[in-house]
Design a protein around this ligand. Structure first.
Ligand SMILES: *Cc1c(COP(=O)(O)O)cnc(C)c1O
Length: 243
C-alpha cells in the first residue's frame, strides 16, 4: 500500500508538471490537495510523510474519526463537502479552511461561531459551474453579489473559488465548466473589490486535472489517482468509515 501511494503521488505530480508545461505555467502555481474521503488515516499519513501538506475531507465524522492521527501531523485540513449549518461548530474544531461556502446562512453561522472563538478562517466560495442539480454551490450569476456581502464578515478570509465541474468521459465536455470559474473570478476582479485581487481557483480532480490546470487552476483536489477507488454510500464495507 505504502509503495502504491508513493508511486501514485509521483505520477500525479508528473501530470501536474506536464500540464503546467503545456500551458506555460509554473508548477509552483498549482497546489495539490489530497481528497481523502473514505481513506483510512494511516494511508493519508503515508502521503503526508511523503511531503504533502494539504488534505480535504467531505464529512465531519471522518474529520473527527481521523483526528487522533492527523491532528498531530503538519497538514492543513480543508473541508470540501457539503456543510450543514448544524455541523459548523464541530467542523471548526478540525478544519483550517472551508472550501464549500455556498450560502449566506452558512456564512452567518461561521461568522457567529468564529466571532465567539475570536478567530478567522480561510474560505473558498463554491460555485456550481456545471448547473447540475446533483451539485451544491452558488449559481455562477449569483457569485459577485454573494462575495460583496460576505466581504463584510471580518472573520472570513476569502481565499478563492471552488468548483467540482462537469465530469464526463469525454474530456472536452468538462472544459467549459472549468473555464467558467476563471471567468467569474475575472468578473470579481473587474468589480475592484478592496482586498480581493488574489483569488485562487480550486478545481480539477483525478479525471480532469490537466484541463483544470490549462484553464487556470491553482489547486487540484485528487483522491482516486492517489489512493485508489473508493467504496461509496451503502457499499462502504468499513464500519469505522461509514457514517
Ligand atoms: C472526492 C472529491 C474530489 C476528488 O475526486 P477524485 O475523482 O477521487 O480525484 C475532489 N473534490 C471533491 C469536492 C470531492 O468530493
Amino acid at each position: 500500500m505504502k509503495n502504491d501511494i508513493i508511486l501514485n503521488l509521483k505520477e500525479v505530480h508528473e501530470r501536474i508538471e506536464n500540464a503546467c508545461r503545456i500551458s506555460g505555467r509554473k508548477s509552483a502555481e498549482v497546489q495539490l490537495l489530497l481528497a481523502t474521503k473514505t481513506v483510512p488515516a494511516e494511508n493519508i499519513k503515508i502521503a503526508i510523510e511523503a511531503g504533502e501538506m494539504l488534505m480535504g475531507e467531505n464529512k465531519m465524522q471522518e474529520l473527527r474519526d481521523k483526528n487522533h492521527i492527523l491532528g498531530q501531523l503538519p497538514v492543513e485540513r480543508h473541508f470540501i463537502g457539503h456543510l450543514q449549518t448544524n455541523k459548523v461548530k464541530d467542523v471548526l474544531k478540525y478544519a483550517n479552511c472551508i472550501q464549500s461556502l455556498d450560502r449566506l446562512s452558512l456564512a452567518d453561522e461561521l461568522h457567529k461561531q468564529l466571532q465567539a472563538q475570536n478567530r478567522k478562517l480561510d474560505v473558498f466560495v463554491q460555485v456550481n459551474t456545471s448547473y447540475e442539480e446533483s451539485k451544491f454551490g452558488l449559481a455562477p450569476e449569483d457569485v459577485l453579489t454573494f462575495i460583496k456581502k460576505i466581504k463584510n464578515y471580518d472573520t472570513l478570509n476569502i481565499k478563492g473559488l471552488m468548483t467540482i465541474g462537469l465530469l464526463d468521459v469525454e474530456k472536452e465536455k468538462m472544459r467549459p465548466s472549468l473555464r467558467l470559474l476563471k471567468t467569474i473570478r475575472d468578473e470579481i476582479y473587474e468589480a475592484k473589490i478592496e482586498g480581493l485581487n488574489n483569488l485562487k481557483l480550486s478545481m480539477g480532480m483525478s479525471q480532469d486535472l490537466e484541463i483544470a490546470i490549462e484553464e487556470g487552476s491553482n489547486m487540484v483536489r485528487v483522491g482516486t489517482s492517489i489512493f485508489g477507488n473508493r467504496f461509496l454510500g451503502k457499499e462502504i464495507w468499513n464500519e469505522n468509515i461509514a457514517e
